[in-house]
Design a protein around this ligand. Structure first.
Ligand SMILES: Cc1cc2nc3c(=O)[nH]c(=O)nc-3n(C[C@H](O)[C@H](O)[C@H](O)COP(=O)(O)OP(=O)(O)OC[C@H]3O[C@@H](n4cnc5c(N)ncnc54)[C@H](O)[C@@H]3O)c2cc1C
Length: 384
């Protein structure tokens, strides 16, 4: 595998870097503090092609690939991790439509998503169904004109603001995993109410509940066949997990940069605190975890670009990157001492935001399950 960036990928990375510094950095603390959802940034990133880099040109994308998406996600998350979530909310649904939608569905729904005009989200989690996706209770019952959706989805990124959603629901509960179906919904219709949830961090990315009460779904809004929902959900997660892993690398990098910069300035006991070996130990570990995670993300992205199975590699990358981000944020806070604890420095935000990476898109435990079960030969991760 060649991890040297081509001219094209270097240009994409530099574009994302410049965009993040110019458009996101100046208000990152304010957006976090005021819990501001930046719809303008979704649109701007759409204009720059960030949401469409894994989408073929015929549906409005640039087709630059998953490596490009990883580079973009890292650069955006480095400056403000919550804004990186916006990309996954557009890219995730667009990719699922690309993988499983009909030609008409792709032409109609992908372009507004990747332009950032239709705000997307994906709704899997429920109050009693987190890691165990198949324990969901939401049902889509067949009616004359399609389906009637009932149930509550919770912890959904973008739920308070989204125009559309990919929603997973049982069309036949008796079939367990094979009874789940996937739908693409217009949320600006009656039958759905929303509730915003409070949380520790990632404040500029709103999270909430979608409560469906006799919500009518047209037949034409089903993605794939009835009963294909679980398979679609797992493929969807494999895509969004990769973007998430790249975001975690960006956050780890931000924390490491903050720690190194501070250690080179702050003096105690007559010398820079970077001179103390205990701090050097922490910085060395940050560097190693971050670089290892980045290379694992690159490997998973390269496999995706070659259209090779990469579920195992994505899980390894997601686990390593989430832990690297949480470690780096914790260590940066220790190195900055009281200033790390201060709301006037970004490091406390890094710590709050980093914790989400250990939970979302399959928790660290779930990634470890996938990795260990593959290693033990119980269940191969790269089955398709
Ligand atoms: C900020 C944020 C944004 C989110 N965005 C979305 C979104 O856009 N769409 C969406 O559908 N969901 C979203 N989620 C939900 C997220 O996907 C779930 O929180 C996640 O899948 C874990 O589910 P849970 O929180 O219910 O934990 P649980 O599944 O209840 O797990 C609790 C604990 O037990 C562990 N655990 C569970 N099962 C096992 C097992 N078999 N072996 C070992 N350990 C296990 C977990 O690792 C965790 O530590 C979001 C969550 C957050 C915090």
């Amino acid at each position: 595998m060649d991890f040297d960036l081509s001219e094209e990928l270097t240009a994409v990375r530099d574009l994302a870097h410049g965009f993040a510094e110019k458009e996101i950095a100046p208000t990152a603390a304010k957006d976090d503090g005021e819990h501001t959802f930046r719809r303008d940034l979704v649109l701007k990133m759409g204009e720059l092609g960030f949401h469409g880099c894994v989408i073929p040109e015929e549906y409005g994308g640039t087709n630059l690939g998953f490596f490009a998406l990883a580079l973009i996600s890292e650069e955006i998350a480095r400056v403000h991790s919550a804004i990186r979530v916006y990309i996954n909310m557009q890219v995730g649904p667009a990719l699922t439509l690309l993988d499983f939608g009909t030609e008409e569905q792709k032409r109609r729904w992908i372009p507004p998503l990747i332009r950032g005009e239709a705000l997307g989200c994906f709704a899997i989690t429920e109050p009693n169904a987190g890691s165990d996706v198949a324990s969901m209770a939401t049902t889509a019952t067949k009616s004359d004109r399609g389906y009637i959706l009932n149930g509550t989805k919770t912890w959904i990124s973008n739920a308070p603001v989204a125009d559309t959603a990919i929603v997973f629901a049982y069309t036949d509960k008796s079939k367990r995993h094979h009874g789940i179906s996937a739908f693409y919904l217009d949320l600006n219709r009656s039958g759905v109410s929303r509730r915003t949830l409070g949380k520790l961090g990632t404040h500029a990315s709103p999270t909430g509940e979608l409560i469906f009460e006799n919500f009518h779904i047209p037949e034409a809004s089903r993605i794939g066949q009835e009963g294909e929902g679980f398979k679609i959900c797992m493929r969807h997660l494999n895509h969004t997990r990769l973007g998430c892993a790249a975001g975690a690398v960006g956050l780890a990098r931000a924390a490491r940069e903050a720690a190194v910069s501070y250690a080179n300035q702050r003096e105690q006991f007559g010398q820079k605190i970077g001179q103390f070996q205990m701090n050097q130990d922490l910085i060395a570990q940050m560097v190693v975890h971050e670089e290892a995670a980045r290379l694992l993300v690159y490997r998973a992205a390269c496999l995706a670009d070659r259209k090779q199975p990469n579920n195992l590699e994505v899980s390894i990358a997601k686990y390593a990157a989430a832990e690297a981000a949480a470690f780096a944020a914790d260590v940066a806070l220790r190195i900055l001492g009281a200033y790390g604890y201060s709301t006037e420095f970004p490091v406390e935000r890094y710590l709050r935001d980093a914790k989400s990476y250990q939970i979302v898109e399959g928790s660290s435990n779930i990634q470890k399950l996938i990795i260990a079960q593959d290693a033990l030969g119980y269940r191969k991760a790269n089955r398709q």
